[in-house]
Ligand binder design. Structure first.
Ligand code: ADP
Ligand code: F6P
Length: 462
């Protein structure tokens, strides 16, 4: 079996003995890395005065990691700049928030080159190399330019935008061309793959034949592989002692009210403003239900150096304050808004206590919270998932209550539907949802991508 080299902006491996507090992607990649052997390479999250390419090796949870520090200017132009001020908003259809700066692009190319130069000597002849996400699109091309002949895959964890949006990026052609250095390119949904096909056929004179996408003399394999969660682990987490304790705290705080929960990084793509407005509409239009629900929104801060993220924080502080000011009573706060992270077991308990989850992004590559909420439910008395039609997860999770997050009225209606849904219907919908979440879990996703990559013949370099 070939070794696996995973490359991503962040490397998320827990320290020895730490098991609870890690995301599904980390779990899946760790298990794939344990199975194949190999290493995980990325940015350490630290800064250095001057980039030297010094590698920090570590062993943890049975796998090897190698990380590098970046200069302040690198982080500003590559991570806060091109990745999170240009590509992230553009790929989430927020052209109004997208900044186009040549310096950002310069930093992005420079850091991708630094990644390529530093990781290349660590790659052995037969290794499978798997690059992740929008931070590192040009990395494959830079590795090829350095002579790498290995099987090389790329997975995009965000949406792929429609062609007309993408062409607003001055260097769009260069970015897309660089994807052709990979052998396999993966997307979460048919929507994102269709948009990629559209760009290639309409602007590059390319052709599509099943999974084969050809431009000139180069053919790559482009597949749909929707990421899942470690369902068994999350189901177990939901019945752990920690989860039971968190659930009790939730029930005690709710004092008999129906709990509604939202859990998201504090990001404008998650539709938090629209969610708050939808809940406000629900309160305004359902006076008899006021006081009978309690909405908990957990939203840990994210990418705080980027001003759009500072603005959304200020906006939500004001909005939650205004709604509470308007509707709260001496013994009731309509919205509890919490800006911190929780261990996974606690999160699972919070999900299990909630009668309704609001997962209503304006645009999302997949959205794992939707799957975690389903995995955490009590099979005898499950809650209801209200899911945005604009989350990648909606392609798989058709038995959720699907909603247009831009419409406060639809959100208010969806809340009424969810809160009044009979138990039999809740069970029926949940059974259909959990079957999918169990079958297409994160290990299924990993195997689906790596099978496609392993099937590629080692390329013949010209
Ligand atoms: P994104 O990758 O854009 O942040 P996802 O929904 O796909 O969105 O994944 C978010 C992950 O982060 C989920 O595993 C979720 O449980 C976790 N998460 C989000 N908010 C918190 C929080 N407050 N505490 C702990 N984990 C969180
Ligand atoms: O899912 C998209 C993503 O950018 C991941 O790549 C990343 O780990 C996560 O969101 C959190 O963002 P950040 O690494 O910028 O804190």
């Amino acid at each position: 079996m070939s070794r696996l080299v995973v490359i991503s902006n962040r490397v998320a491996v827990p320290k020895q003995g730490e098991s609870g507090n890690q995301g599904g992607l980390a779990v899946a990649l760790q298990s794939a890395l344990r199975q194949h052997g190999g290493l995980w390479f990325g940015w350490s999250g630290e800064t250095t005065e001057q980039f030297t390419g010094t590698i920090h090796d570590a062993e943890g949870a049975g796998i090897t990691t190698a990380t590098i520090d970046l200069e302040e200017q690198d982080i500003e132009e590559y991570y806060n700049g091109f990745a999170n001020r240009t590509l992230w908003p553009l790929f989430h259809y927020r052209i109004d928030l997208t900044e186009f700066e040549r310096d950002f692009e310069g930093g992005y190319q420079r850091v991708n080159q630094r990644f390529a130069d530093t990781v290349a000597p660590l790659i052995e002849d037969d290794d499978l190399v798997w690059v992740h996400d929008y931070h590192l699109i040009p990395l494959g091309k830079k590795l090829r330019e350095g002579g790498l002949r290995n099987r090389l895959g790329f997975f995009l964890h965000t949406p792929w935008p429609p062609t007309r949006l993408l062409t607003a990026l001055p260097s769009h052609r260069k970015l897309v061309e660089s994807l052709f250095a990979y052998d396999v390119v993966g997307f979460h949904t048919e929507d994102w793959l269709d948009s990629f096909h559209h760009y290639v056929t309409s602007l590059m004179g390319g052709t599509v034949d099943g999974t084969r996408v050809t431009v000139g003399d180069r053919t790559i394999c482009a597949i749909i592989a929707p990421i899942g969660i470690d369902t068994a682990e999350f189901e177990a987490a939901a019945t752990s002692d920690e989860a039971r304790f968190a659930r009790e705290r939730m029930y005690m705080s709710a004092t008999g009210r129906s709990l509604i929960v939202g859990v998201d990084r504090l990001d404008y793509s998650k539709g938090l403003r629209q969610r708050f407005l939808g809940y406000e509409r629900f309160l305004a239009s359902q006076p008899e239900r006021r006081g009978l629900t309690s909405f908990l929104q957990i939203a840990p801060p994210s990418r705080e150096k980027v001003d759009t993220y500072q603005e959304i924080r200020a906006d939500l502080d004001a909005l939650s304050g205004r709604i509470n000011g308007e509707y709260a009573d001496i013994d009731w706060t309509p919205i509890r808004y919490v800006n911190r992270g929780y261990p996974r077991q606690d999160l699972a308990g919070i999900f299990r206590a909630a009668r309704v989850a609001l997962v209503t992004p304006l645009r999302d590559g997949m959205n794992l919270v939707a799957k975690e909420y389903v995995a955490a439910q009590d099979p005898e008395d499950p809650g209801v998932l209200v899911l945005s039609v604009f989350a990648g997860a909606a392609e798989q999770m058709k038995d959720a209550v699907l909603v247009n997050p831009y419409s406060a009225e639809e959100m208010a209606d969806a809340l009424v539907t969810a809160l009044t849904m009979p138990r039999e219907e809740r069970i029926r919908r949940w059974q259909a949802l959990i079957a999918g979440v169990r079958e297409q879990d994160v290990f299924w996703w990993c195997a689906r991508f790596l099978d496609a990559l392993e099937a590629v013949k080692e390329r013949e370099m010209a």
